[in-house]
Each structure stands twice: as C-alpha cells, then as structure tokens.
Design a protein around this ligand. Structure first.
Ligand SMILES: O=C(O)CCC(=O)C(=O)O
Length: 276
C-alpha cells in the first residue's frame, strides 16, 4: 500500500526517471519557509549565499523540518522503501534576471556512491517555470547509467565543476513546472538541467539530494548521513544530529565539517575546485 504516490506515479518514475508535480504543502506554508530563509539571508548572510548553499538543513531547523516532512518522506518511501537516510541538501536559488544555469548532467556522476538508485525531491519555495529557469528532464535517460561528462567550470554554470553531458537531443525534454509547495522527484542517474532566470523575481528550490536506502554506501571520502527513518546501519558511517533551532551552534559547526567532506567528494579527481 503506497503512502503518497499512486501506483501510476510510481510506475512513471521507474519508467521515465522522474515524477512531477506532487503537492507537499500549501503555497502559503511554502511562502512562510521562503520568508524564514530570506530572514536568515539578511541576519546571517555568511550562512546562506550562492557559495554556501550545501547542507543548510544541518544548521537551520526550518529546513530540517522540511527534510522530515511526512508527505516528502511518504513519497520517497513509495519509491525506495521504508529505510531512509539523507545524504545532503542544496539550496538552488536563481536571482531575478541572472545568467546562472545548470547544464545537462546526472547528479550521481560525482557523488561517489556504490549504487545510484536514489531519489531527489526538489521542493519549490517560489513558482518554478520556463521564464525563471525550471528544471528540465530527459525522460528515460536514467536507464543509460552514467554517461561521460566534461568539466567546463563555466562561470555562469552553477554546478560544482560546470560538468556537462555533450550532444544531447533535448527535443523531448520535459519542463517541470511547479507552484510553491509542490515538488518533483528525480532519479540519481537522470539527465537534467535548467536555463537562466529571465524573470524579475527569484526562483528558489530546495533539493534534498538525495534520500537513500541503507544498501547504498559512500565510497569516496567520509561517510556522513542523517538517519531519517527505519533501519539505516552502514559500515563505518557517522550519524548526524538535527539542529534544535535556526543557527544552532552545534549544527553550524557540523555543517562546516560536512561541507568540507562534501567538497572532497564532489571534487574528487577534479582539475580545480570552486568555492561551492
Ligand atoms: O535547481 C536547478 O535548476 C537544478 C537543480 C538540480 O540539478 C538538481 O536538483 O539536481
């Protein structure tokens, strides 16, 4: 018996590598989360900015609340089973009228896992549409396993290495249009990307990248996980605690430590490192 997704949605995800849109919360709840985020950006500008966007759920309790949201977890459980831990999160913020884009890529390429069958919910805290650079998916591309990526380090490319899958036929790409409070779910190996924000407002997405079952192990750098539900024992893994309030000092220092390790994973074997 599924918790959130219909059997058709589960089948669609396995066939095409994504499913969207899924209602998670009301637009006004999503707006409340956006306001909290913007309050943190004003009060603690060093804690959340374009180069410090990873794993903010470790220091900000309102993002920790989102990663434990029962609708998100129910949908994830429908796709990967009841034993779930969280590897990381990324705040994907595109400022109004900004050139930042995301090239065609597969998330799992540089995540250093022994298995890429994991799922990323991407929750919209603002509308996400064609004019402000919503995500686009290449349906079924998760079935090809990891394909070659070229690291470009292009200035406007907001991926760590500016990594890109070349020679893509994007004619059947699907744009994931979301309203605030809706999410999409995508597979670790699906090819996807997004265009610049050409609108006059920010576009904010919170990617929970990714929820994984315990048979998936980190094989590059240290093994940090946030246990979410069920049985999550892994060999040599280090369990992360939850922040008790926004900017909990314990959480802030845990986040710093985890992000250093995160960079060691994402830039493993890279020619250069950027600050995010
Ligand atoms: O937010 C975007 O535009 C891209 C996000 C992305 O690539 C991801 O969540 O895997």
């Amino acid at each position: 018996m599924n918790k959130v997704l219909t059997p058709e949605q589960v089948e669609y995800y396995h066939e095409y590598g994504f499913v969207s849109p899924i209602d998670v919360m009301s637009a006004s709840e999503a707006n409340q989360y956006r306001l909290k985020l913007e309050e943190i950006e004003r009060s603690f500008p060093e804690e959340v900015h374009a180069k410090n966007r990873n794993n903010a759920h470790l220091s900000l309790s309102f993002l920790d609340e989102i990663v434990h949201n029962p609708v998100i977890l129910g949908a994830v459980e429908d796709l990967i089973g009841p034993d779930i831990s969280l590897w990381g999160t990324v705040l994907f913020i595109k400022e109004a009228a900004s050139a930042g884009y995301v090239s065609w890529h597969q998330d799992a390429t540089y995540m250093g896992m022994n298995n890429n069958n994991f799922v990323t919910p991407w929750l919209a805290l603002t509308p996400s549409n064609r004019s402000n650079g919503c995500m686009s998916m290449l349906p079924g591309s998760h079935k090809k396993k990891i394909v070659p990526h070229e690291d470009t380090y292009d200035d406007d490319n907001i991926l760590t290495r500016g990594q890109v899958v070349k020679d893509i036929d994007a004619s059947n790409a699907v744009d994931l249009i979301l309203e605030p409070g809706q999410m999409s779910l995508h597979h670790g190996e699906i090819v996807h990307g997004s265009q610049p924000n050409n609108s006059d407002k920010r576009r904010i997405g919170f990617a929970m990248q990714s929820y994984m079952s315990p048979d998936i192990e980190q094989i590059v750098a240290k093994n940090y996980w946030m246990p979410i539900q069920g049985d999550n024992k892994r060999v040599d893994s280090i369990d992360l605690g939850r922040p008790k309030f926004d900017m909990d000092p314990q959480g802030v220092s845990t986040r710093r430590m985890v992000n250093k390790n995160f960079a060691d994973i994402l830039y493993h074997g890279a020619d250069q490192r950027r600050e995010y």
